[in-house]
Design a protein around this ligand. Sequence first.
Ligand code: GTP
Length: 650
Amino acid sequence: MLDTFEILTTSGVVLWSRSYANVNPAVINTFISDVFVEEKSSAAGASKHSSAATNSPYKADQHTLKWAFVKELGIIFVAVYRSLLHLQWIDDLVDHIKTIFVKLYGDQLTRPNTTIIECESFDEYFNQQLQELEGAGATTAEARGSRKEASLEKEQLDPPGLVHRNVAKDDISPGITASPASRPITPSGKSHLVVAKAGPVAKMSRRARKAQQQSNSAPASSGDESPARRAKGAKGGKKGRKWDADGLADEEDDVQLDYSAQAITSESEAEGLARSTALEEVDSSTWGQTTKGKFVLRDLGDEVHSILASAEAENAASKTESSSGLLGTGLNTISGLFRNVVGGKTLTKEDLDKAMKGMEDHLLRKNVAREAAVRLCEGVEKELVGVKTGSFESINSRIRSAMESSLTKMLTPTSSLDLLREIDSVTSPPATSLRKRRPYVISIVGVNGVGKSTNLSKICFFLLQNKYKVLIAAGDTFRSGAVEQLAVHVNNLKELTKREGGRVELYQKGYGKDAAAVAKDGVNFAAQEGFDVVLIDTAGRRHNDQRLMSSLEKFAKFAQPDKILMVGEALVGTDSVAQARNFNAAFGSVRSLDGFIISKCDTVGDMVGTLVSLVHATNVPVLFVGVGQHYSDLRNFSVKWAVEKLLGNN
Ligand SMILES: Nc1nc2c(ncn2[C@@H]2O[C@H](COP(=O)(O)OP(=O)(O)OP(=O)(O)O)[C@@H](O)[C@H]2O)c(=O)[nH]1
């Protein structure tokens, strides 16, 4: 049977716990030290903490510890039981409790300067899960009795309140402490009180309170089926509750919170009760809904199942995304690269050298150009020499968080681009402004075949959906077929967006003309015809082709684009740095690139290092990423997404 379950932070603060038997505190302390401080091999699962549901079991002192870790929140979930036992449901318990706890309290935990976690109502959720899973695993009532005795004994030994594991007071990381009421030792019969909810306004009927008091004081009678289990058997027979002005349930309505006692036999009966339910002061997140749109309090079991179901759906979605190389995977850890030294020490260059080499190799594998990878690592090393690591922090996690900050800083644009607002500011200047209305001009440049026309069309699609009038100017007067290719895009876009109210036309002068002059004429034409935006396509050119590159300066002078965007392929590799530098320098001393569109991100999985190389080489921000071959496959660039991909496993 389960001996203890603890939810604690990596700095050793116990947020919530439940004990059914005395377990030597050294068991969990050693586990934390081995797995999280020293990252010993027996904790192989540590490398996968955030993605794995539960990790390899840890064994100590005749106990087995099943655990899960939510890296983003720095929270460990650990269940301890006797190694002799085989608890089939224990993995599910750890996984479900992790999911529910994160869902209920994740927001509190991420709030800055959080000093307390209000998780006293978590008892109910835990009970619900334990009984549901254990019920399936046929726990005996006798075991419950002995468990309760053990829990009471433990209560005397270890008073509820703030508990720290193995950490000196000064070492406790700021931010999170446990609510004093977060560790009540509760006998398992309690969860039949379906009023349980997350948050301070949970209401409880008089009868419910009485039942709780009874269940807290009286030992569970052997052979008595738990109320929660009976309630489960009566699923579907639920009634709404009436609440009186004190927030107590009106017993006169004769509706029991313990659904085991009766079942609602007809739908009309259920609806009648729903109509009579008064909801003042009840947190809406706890509501369920009847078909008539009236709310009744939701059953705890339903709530837990819906939390688990939505987490499962999210996991499935993120798995699909990562396997298809699309956006949005979770923040994984880097496997085993730099696991070497313990926390709580002042870092020297020697400590860091080996680990930094691991980080550099990791970045190279992510397709970051060597120059950028070396520079980033040098910066992080410089920053970390002389720094003291946290009490439960290994060198690798210190390096990782420093690299995360460096990458985030580097990739975050100094000013954000709100394209639509910028367009509006030039196409509809305020009446008081001296500026005349004119079209907003974007030109797209890049080497051959990177996706210039495709991504220009994607931007156009986005603008048409926002009802702008767009002129596409065919500035590639060089490659045969380029103008026709744009004409096909324009026809497709017209067809796709005819109901949106936008307008798109092609401006073209065929081949062989001076591209700068065509672009300038196109902009003038757009101004006369009342277009809002001009998108100018340009010929692809090798960045080391002097003749073609030098024509870009004239092009910029003639067309006067508001934005010059360079399309760079995610899969370009080592050439990326030179490409970015040459294009950035090609517009003369007064102009440079305004942003990158990184195309074909869908083809590289998490090897998105090229974007780091481009930004590192130029200081020009990434604005959009292309993620496929459809017009809608363009995304605003998310720094968080990129950093997660870059520092994730590979
Ligand atoms: N998978 C994927 N393919 C893309 C993406 N963007 C563009 N492509 C494909 O890349 C190929 C080249 O795209 P184009 O738009 O013709 O490239 P270009 O830079 O205009 O080509 P040139 O005019 O010859 O220089 C086409 O097959 C596009 O469908 C993307 O984000 N993902």
